[in-house]
Design a protein around this ligand. Structure first.
Ligand code: 6PG
Length: 508
C-alpha cells in the first residue's frame, strides 16, 4: 500500500474492467478511492493507469491499492461505502462475508454494482440487515460508460441513498436540456454540467430489476437491428458496408441510438487477415449471460406479454444450434416466392419496421416494470427511468426523451402505445412493419422479433380475440369454466359439451 495521508471516500472490492473504470471515474470527480482485488495484477493496473492519468495539479495518488479488505476498510470515512464489482452470484455473498469478518459496522453501506438478479438483491438486503446496509446499483454502459459516465440504476435503503447520491450523480452520464448526451472521453476532464443519468428507483431490488428490463430491451433492440440487417442483405443483396452506410443515415433520424451507431461502424469494418467484411468472419452463434432470459421469465411469471423480448432470447438460442442448422439447411426445403423489389421502398419499409418494432419492445419493457410494482410493492417512476436511460447506457436513444414525455404527461399511462405520440407514429409507419414481415415470410428470411412486434401490436389493438374459443376448449376438456359476455365479471359458467341437449350450467 502507498503512503496515505488522507482517508478515502469509497472502497472498491473487485478491480476488473468495470471496477477499474468506475474507480478512475470517481477519482476524476475528486473522490479518493481505496481498492482491493484478489488479483494483485489488477490492483497494480489501476494504480498505473491512475498515475499516468493524474492531472499535474494533483500531487497525491487518488486511488490507494490495498493488500486486503481490512486495510481497505481502515482507510474509509464513516459510514463506509464499499462498491462490490465481482461476478454476479456466489462471489457477491463471499465478499459480504469477508467484509463482515473484517469488522464492517451495521451502518456501513455495501453497494453491489454487478448485474445481479434482483431477487438476490432483495434476499441480501434482508439477510445482512443486522450486519451491513446492502444496496444495489446496476451499471450500464460497458467499459467506456463506467470510465466516463454510465447510467446508474440504484435501489435499496433510502437512507443509504443520501450518502451515495452526490457520488453517483457526479460520475453518471449527463444529458443536456434536450435529453442529448454530453460526452467527453478525456481522462481528468469529466463532464460536470447537465442532468445526471441516475435516480433512486426504489427499495431493495428495484435498481437491479430495472437494469434487468433494460437488458431485456437491449436484447430486443439488438435483435431487431440484426433482423433489419438480415433483410437488407438477403432481400436487396446489399454488402455489409452499404448497410453500415444506410444505418449511419438512419442514425440521423428517428432511429438515432447508440446501438444503430455501433452497428453502422461494425458493418464498415474489414478483417485484417482476409480482407473480408469483419462481420462475415464472426461465427453466427450468439452468447448470453442471462439478463434477457431473466426478463423473459419474469414477464412470463407475471403474465405480461413480452414476446419481442422473449423472441430475442430464443433467436440467440436458435443461433447456437450451429451443427443442427447446418444439417437442416441441406434438408429442409423453403417454398418461397421471389417478386420484383423496389430497393428504395424496401429500405423505407425496413426503417419504419425497425422503429415500430422498437416502440413495441419498449412498450413491453415498461409493461413488465408496471407489473413488478404490484408484485414487489415498488412505486417506479417511469419518467425518471426513461430519463436515466437517455445517456450512458447501451439502449440510449433519442426517442427515450419521447418516452419520458409520455409518462410525464400521464404517470398512469397503461401502455406506451396509448400515448398520442407513439399511437400516431404507429399509425403512420406500421405499413413498413407489415411490408417487412410479408417480405420476410415470402422470402423465407427469419425475422422473429419483427413478426412478434406486429402480432403484439395487432393483438393489443384487438377488441375481440379468439380467446373465447380457447376458454371453450379449456371448459370442454377440463371443466375449467368460462365467463359470459352478458353476465357479471367473475361469474363462472360450465357447459356439458358432450351431453345431449348440452345444458349450460352456472357454476355456484
Ligand atoms: C450494459 C450491458 C452489460 C452487458 C450485458 C450483456 O448495460 O452495459 O447490458 O450489462 O453487456 O452483460 O449481456 P449478455 O452477455 O447477456 O449479452
Amino acid at each position: 500500500m502507498q503512503n496515505v495521508n488522507q482517508s478515502c471516500n469509497i472502497g472498491f472490492v473487485g478491480l476488473g474492467v468495470m471496477g477499474k473504470n468506475l474507480a478512475l471515474n470517481l477519482a476524476d470527480h475528486g473522490y479518493r478511492v481505496a481498492g482491493f482485488d484478489l488479483d494483485t495484477d489488477k490492483v497494480n493496473d489501476v494504480l498505473d493507469t491512475e498515475a499516468k492519468e493524474r492531472p499535474s495539479s494533483v500531487d497525491e495518488a487518488r486511488i490507494i491499492g490495498c493488500d486486503n479488505i481490512k486495510q481497505m476498510l481502515d482507510l474509509l470515512v464513516s459510514p463506509r461505502v464499499i462498491v462490490v464489482l465481482v461476478p454476479a452470484g456466489d462471489p457477491v455473498d463471499a465478499v459480504c462475508q469477508s467484509l463482515i469478518e473484517a469488522d464492517l459496522s451495521p451502518e456501513d453501506i455495501v453497494v453491489d454494482c454487478g448485474n445481479s438478479q434482483w431477487t438476490d438483491t432483495i434476499r441480501r438486503e434482508s439477510d445482512y440487515k443486522d450486519q451491513l446496509k446492502f444496496f444495489g446499483t446496476a451499471v450500464s454502459g460497458g467499459e467506456v460508460g463506467a470510465r466516463f459516465g454510465p447510467s446508474l440504476m440504484p435501489g435499496g435503503d433510502a437512507d443509504s441513498w443520501k450518502y451515495l447520491q452526490p457520488m453517483w450523480e457526479a460520475v453518471a452520464a449527463k444529458v443536456d436540456e434536450n435529453g442529448k448526451p454530453i460526452e467527453s472521453r478525456t481522462p481528468g476532464q469529466p463532464v460536470k454540467e447537465g442532468e445526471p443519468c441516475t435516480a433512486y428507483l426504489g427499495p431493495n431490488g428495484a435498481g437491479h430489476f430495472v437494469k434487468m428490463v433494460h437488458n431485456g430491451i437491449e436484447y430486443a433492440d439488438m435483435q431487431l437491428i440484426c433482423e433489419a440487417y438480415h433483410l437488407l442483405r438477403s432481400l436487396l443483396g446489399y454488402e455489409p458496408a452499404e448497410i453500415g452506410k444506410l444505418f449511419e443515415k438512419w442514425n440521423q433520424g428517428i432511429l438515432n441510438s447508440y446501438l444503430v451507431e455501433i452497428s453502422a461502424d461494425i458493418l464498415q469494418q474489414y478483417d485484417e487477415k482476409t480482407g473480408a467484411p469483419l462481420v462475415d468472419m464472426i461465427l453466427d452463434s450468439a452468447g448470453q449471460k442471462g439478463t434477457g432470459r431473466w426478463t423473459s421469465i419474469s414477464a412470463t411469471q407475471m403474465g405480461v406479454p413480452a414476446g419481442i423480448i422473449s423472441e430475442s432470447v430464443y433467436a440467440r438460442a436458435l443461433s447456437t444450434l450451429t451443427a443442427e442448422r447446418e444439417k437442416a439447411a441441406g434438408f429442409l426445403i423453403a417454398d418461397v416466392e421471389t417478386s420484383e423489389i423496389d430497393a428504395e421502398a424496401v429500405e423505407d419499409a425496413i426503417e419504419n419496421a425497425l422503429y415500430c418494432a422498437k416502440i413495441c419492445a419498449y412498450a413491453q419493457g415498461f409493461q413488465i416494470m408496471r407489473a413488478a410494482q404490484t408484485e414487489y410493492d415498488w412505486t417506479l417512476n417511469f419518467t425518471g427511468i426513461a430519463k436515466i436511460w437517455r445517456g450512458g447506457c447501451i439502449i440510449r436513444a433519442s426517442f427515450l426523451q419521447k418516452i419520458a414525455d409520455a409518462f410525464d404527461k400521464n404517470h398512469d399511462l397503461e401502455n406506451l402505445l396509448l400515448d398520442d405520440y407513439f399511437a400516431d407514429a404507429m399509425a403512420e409507419k406500421q405499413k413498413g412493419l407489415r411490408d417487412a414481415v410479408v417480405l420476410a415470410a415470402q422470402s423465407g428470411i427469419p425475422t422473429p422479433s419483427f413478426y412478434s412486434a406486429l402480432a403484439y401490436f395487432d393483438g393489443y389493438r384487438s377488441e375481440v380475440l379468439p380467446a373465447n374459443l380457447l376458454q371453450a376448449q379449456r371448459d370442454y376438456f377440463g371443466a375449467h369454466t368460462y365467463e359470459r359476455i352478458d353476465a357479471a365479471p367473475g361469474e363462472k359458467f360450465h357447459t356439458h359439451w358432450q351431453q345431449e341437449g348440452r345444458p349450460e350450467t352456472k357454476v355456484k
